[in-house]
Design a protein around this ligand. Structure first.
Ligand SMILES: Cc1cc2nc3c(=O)[nH]c(=O)nc-3n(C[C@H](O)[C@H](O)[C@H](O)COP(=O)(O)OP(=O)(O)OC[C@H]3O[C@@H](n4cnc5c(N)ncnc54)[C@H](O)[C@@H]3O)c2cc1C
Length: 445
């Protein structure tokens, strides 16, 4: 019997040609053909899906907008993709409680816009913020340029609504920053990549919208000069709300083949710095910054208006897609090291000796190391290169993923390189919350 027949409150897709697109996300991987794709419109669909998954022994793979870079939403053997794009509801702001409640289907850009309409700010800003869903950002604990000042998604989540293995809807957390009645199950679900259950919505913490913002372009002749700057700035009490960079190879490629704005970017390497505290647009602030930066600030430019700022950020946001279009088989990693170890990291990368280009979130040590020639590299050699890269980051006190998560792409490395006690504890949690392994099987653990 067809296990999906008569599923309530749902759109069902079973035609193999219509299922093709959900075998992809923005990683280099491709999933197997799922049994079906279901778009739930209400809890009855999920309750019934969970019941049938347990009875028939198939897995349930949650999917948001499919912009993930770790293969987390790709179908594995005998799974159904549960696409949350039609999950009902809308974003609602409570200015008194400084919070916003939204369902997982809302795009992150609409969450941010709803907060801004009330003069409030929801900081998490993955560079995919115009296209990714709130659900995907919760399940991956997404970060972005702002993370160096504001932290990751989890730092902005007060409560999580989820449907667990019992098929019921639960809310973990309350609409207040103070809630200490035991360990937080809501926080356990943030960043869990769909392996413990379905996230259906969240209550998010907001803060007043910054009233001032200064955006700076810092071109340098020797790109190594950038590496000490995040640590020096923080040590001197300057906390950028973003500190991004392009190494010489990425900048040269953007300048030669990128859009109009990219062709005008200065320097051999380039950093984008942003400050958003009160006073950050004053002359005194800029003078203090110039004093601290010293000779490296020779070419510093202030973005003159909103248009120029948006142009700079548009280039930064399209860098990943741009490199992927030019090098379709590239592998992009997102290791992180403490900002005080950036110089050691690049010295180590040099010693490893494989060709890699880098850009990303220098301000918090989260670097997108791209192996452009991955498609032409022997797979066994590529695996060794990636493991060497991850070990380098870990040995410097960092980790193998700063924001994209583990999914399918980094599962083997995660299992091989993590503290066995951590893996054992996570597996025990998985067994307790999902004893039949129906939620996103084959991912992370
Ligand atoms: C150009 C580009 C730039 C990017 N920049 C950043 C960046 O700066 N920072 C960053 O962190 N990421 C970045 N990403 C990666 C990606 O956009 C984020 O991880 C985003 O949060 C994924 O959201 P999504 O809706 O596309 O999720 P999907 O890709 O659909 O899913 C991601 C994971 O979440 C799980 N999931 C989705 N919905 C649910 C749910 N309702 N319940 C339980 N589990 C669920 C899936 O199973 C999967 O494991 C970027 C991607 C692109 C293409």
């Amino acid at each position: 019997m067809n296990p999906f027949k008569g599923l309530p409150e749902a759109t069902l897709i079973e035609d193999p040609s219509d299922l093709e697109p959900c075998r992809r996300d923005e990683s280099h991987l491709r999933g197997t053909l799922p049994l079906a794709l279901v778009k739930p419109h209400g809890p009855a669909a999920l309750r019934e899906l969970v019941r049938r998954a347990k009875a028939e022994g198939f897995g349930l793979v949650p999917r948001g907008a499919g912009t993930g870079k770790a293969g987390g939403c790709l179908p594995t053997e005998r799974t159904v993709v549960v696409d949350f794009s039609a999950w009902p509801g809308e974003a609602r702001v409570s200015p008194q409680d400084l919070c916003l409640r939204a369902p997982v289907s809302v795009l992150l850009r609409d969450v941010k816009a709803a907060a801004e309409a009330h003069g409030l700010f929801y900081p998490p800003d993955p560079n995919s913020w115009e296209s990714c869903s709130l659900g995907g950002t919760l399940a991956t604990n997404a970060g972005g340029p702002n993370a160096c000042k504001y932290g990751m998604t989890r730092h902005w989540v007060l409560a999580v609504e989820a449907l667990l293995e019992d098929g019921e809807l639960h809310t973990f957390g309350i609409s207040s920053v103070k809630a200490n009645a035991g360990p937080s199950l809501g926080q356990l679900l943030i960043g869990s990549e769909g392996i413990f259950g379905f996230i259906l919505g969240a209550t998010l913490r907001l803060t007043p919208l910054p009233r001032e913002r200064t955006t700076l372009l810092l071109p340098v002749k020797r790109w190594e000069d950038l590496l000490d700057l995040p640590g020096r700035l923080c040590g001197a009490g300057f906390l950028p709300s973003a500190f991004e960079f392009f190494d010489p190879a990425v900048l040269a490629e953007l300048r030669a083949h990128g859009p109009e704005e990219a062709r005008r970017l200065p320097g051999e390497a380039l950093a984008i710095l942003e400050f958003d505290e009160r006073g950050s647009t004053s002359d005194a602030f800029l003078e203090g910054l110039l004093d601290l930066l010293g000779p490296v600030a020779e070419g510093l430019r202030v973005a003159s208006d909103v248009r120029q700022r948006e142009g700079i950020w548009a280039v930064r946001r399209m860098t990943s897609a741009f490199l992927k279009e030019r090098h379709p088989k590239k592998v992009s990693e997102d290791i992180v090291v403490p900002r005080s170890r950036l110089r050691d990291f690049f010295a180590g990368l040099d010693r490893l000796g494989f060709p890699a280009v880098t850009y990303g979130h220098l301000g918090d040590g989260n670097l997108h190391v791209n192996l452009l020639a991955a498609g032409e590299t022997d797979p066994a050699l590529l695996d060794r290169q990636l493991m060497d890269l991850f070990r380098l980051a870990i040995d410097l006190g960092g980790t193998l993923s700063g924001e994209h998560g583990i999914g399918l792409a980094k599962r083997e490395a995660f299992l091989a390189l993590s503290d066995p006690a951590q893996i054992q504890a996570l597996r025990a949690l998985k067994r307790a919350l999902d004893p039949q392994n129906i939620f996103n099987p084959g991912k992370v653990l």
